[in-house]
Design a protein around this ligand. Structure first.
Ligand code: ARG
Length: 261
């Protein structure tokens, strides 16, 4: 009898969590965006397979999340950067594709230790044609005012059901939430929210999702963060972003760009 009760309770829990996920509908909660209006945006691929987002910060350099490189910072032969792609399945003409030459990863980032300082710069083997159809985004290294409105962009999943390999670009508005509030919501998990991160969440649980990593958080036209992690998406937890205004990250990023980009 007891076993039956436990079984029923488990079943109920499973059902309600599925229902909960389904009720959220589009988890990203975003809308379609045109890549032409965001021509600084790129997607990263390994062996042709979509992995992450990124942004062009100088003709020869792309900013992304360190975890997008999956600990293979030295193996770059199969890493390509694709510009001007509206949907992931769209053909990319060779002039919109670049290969990686080398990669810089923030010194505090450690693949085995979690997602602190989740930032990397890919130095391309050949610059993008900035006068042509790619553009640059500027980084704002200043701290954000409380409750700032932010925009997040990417080809990530629109729900927890899985990734669509022909996903078209999406955009969503989210709002900065305080560090204290974020630590409260995310605190008990394995991954801690550090000063190298900030959190944001939109209305109706609007958030980034799997596959959006490496992509930008934009504030007043400038890049201020990088999509890094979250607990699922659309569950009402905040999304966590790499905080480019953190002194350690600013210092490393500025000196890397000065020397290599
Ligand atoms: N780590 C994810 C990726 O590799 C990004 C997850 C962001 N999730 C979120 N709920 N904000 O694409």
């Amino acid at each position: 009898m007891l076993r039956l009760l436990i079984g029923l309770a488990l079943l109920y829990q499973l059902e309600s969590s599925t229902l909960f996920t389904l009720r959220q509908g589009k988890i990203f909660g975003g809308e379609s965006a045109s890549v032409v209006d965001h021509s600084f945006l790129v997607n990263l691929r390994r062996g042709g397979k979509f992995r992450c987002g990124g942004v062009i910060i100088s003709p020869s350099c792309v900013l992304t999340a360190a975890h997008c490189l999956e600990g293979r910072h030295q193996q770059l032969r199969d890493l390509t950067v694709h510009a001007q792609q509206q949907c992931l399945g769209d053909e990319t003409p060779p002039e919109h594709v670049r290969s990686a030459w080398y990669v810089g990863v923030a010194p505090n980032y450690c693949h085995q230790r979690g997602l602190d300082s989740d930032v990397a710069v890919i130095r391309l083997s050949r610059p993008f044609d900035i006068a042509g159809n790619a553009s640059l985004v500027k980084i704002d290294f200043n701290d954000l005012p409380p409750h700032s409105n932010l925009t997040v962009l990417g080809w990530g999943a629109i729900n927890e059901q899985g990734h669509n390999w022909n996903q078209c670009l999406q955009v969503a508005n989210v709002r900065l939430i305080s560090q204290r509030e974020c630590i409260q919501s995310m605190g008990s998990g394995q991954q801690k929210v550090t000063t190298n991160m900030f959190c944001a969440l939109g209305e109706n649980a609007r958030d980034a999702c799997q596959g959006d990593s490496g992509g930008p958080t934009i504030h007043a036209g400038h890049s201020v963060g990088i999509v890094s992690w979250g607990y699922g998406c659309g569950r009402g937890y905040p999304g966590v972003y790499t905080r480019l205004s953190s002194p350690a990250i600013t210092y490393w990023l500025k000196s890397f760009i000065e020397r290599h980009c």
